[in-house]
Ligand binder design. Structure first.
Ligand code: 13P
Length: 259
């Protein structure tokens, strides 16, 4: 169970590192730091084939494991797909859904909705990714875009199940660059308020305001603290900087300091 009272820092390893030996080394390094941080909920999202080995290396609650995707069916003739139950059996507590890199490879809003329903059905927590590819401040089309992503993903979900949803706001234009290209904290704060408003419209304020909102997109050790404090997010979804023990360790320590 994710602790929403802590800062939630998710390491999205994507398709890295290259083999299980490197994954174990990276995890062990991160574990030595994360297990001492009482105010941080660390979540590691490795490639699924590494999960069973990595979960053997840690048994507490300060670090949880996540998948990077699932398919919505429980079983059947779906070559290459993985179900929520399979991930849960391997020790995952959550699953990233709708990452922009998957959307770019053809995943639709409808697919994402079906995946969210399957994640919730399995009892896992969904880390739902949303984010615009560019921003036009004059006409605000990015806001309409975010609204449609949220409404299509979460439409029909019961209020009770919303407690198992985390929203990760990842503007695509800020992904995979460096700290200077990340979103500015004040702009992030505005977007967080906007996301809360959209979720409130569908689920009411008390349920909506409990949904943790994370930011992702060029989070590094030097901007993690300000993104958390001035950006007013509940946590961070970290890509490239989660592949270095030193860099990710510093991000975790920043989160501990600002909590
Ligand atoms: P970077 O941190 O490398 O920008 O990646 C962000 C991301 O896509 C995390 O899911």
């Amino acid at each position: 169970m994710i602790s929403v009272k802590k800062k939630i820092i998710v390491a999205n390893w994507k398709m890295n590192p290259v083999n299980i030996a490197a994954a174990k080394k990276l995890f062990t390094g991160i574990k030595e730091i994360a297990r001492n941080l009482s105010k941080v909920q660390t979540i590691i999202a490795p490639p699924a084939p590494y999960l069973s080995e990595l979960t053997k290396l840690y048994k507490g609650h300060r670090i949880l494991f996540s998948g990077q995707d699932i398919f919505w069916e429980e079983k059947g003739s779906f070559t290459g797909e993985i179900s929520g139950t399979m991930l849960k059996d391997l020790g995952a507590a959550c699953v990233i859904i709708g990452h922009s890199e998957r959307r770019a490879r053809g995943e639709s809003n409808e697919d994402i909705h079906k995946k969210i329903q399957a994640v919730l059905q399995t009892g896992l927590t969904a880390i739902l990714c949303i984010g615009e590819s560019d921003r036009d401040h004059k006409d605000g089309t990015h806001l309409a875009f975010l609204t449609s992503q949220l409404e299509s993903a979460l439409g029909g979900i019961s209020k009770g199940k919303l407690s198992k949803v985390v929203i990760a706001y990842e503007p695509i234009w800020a992904i995979g660059k460096s700290k200077d290209d990340a979103m500015k904290p004040e702009e992030l704060h505005e977007t967080v308020l906007f996301i809360k408003k959209v979720v409130t419209n569908s689920f009411g304020k008390s349920a909506a305001f409990k949904v943790p909102i994370l930011y992702g997109g060029s989070v590094e050790k030097d901007n993690a603290g300000t993104l958390l404090t001035e950006g007013m997010v509940d946590g961070l979804l970290v890509g490239h900087a989660s592949l270095s023990v030193r860099e990710f360790g510093d991000i975790l320590r920043s989160a501990q300091e600002v909590s």
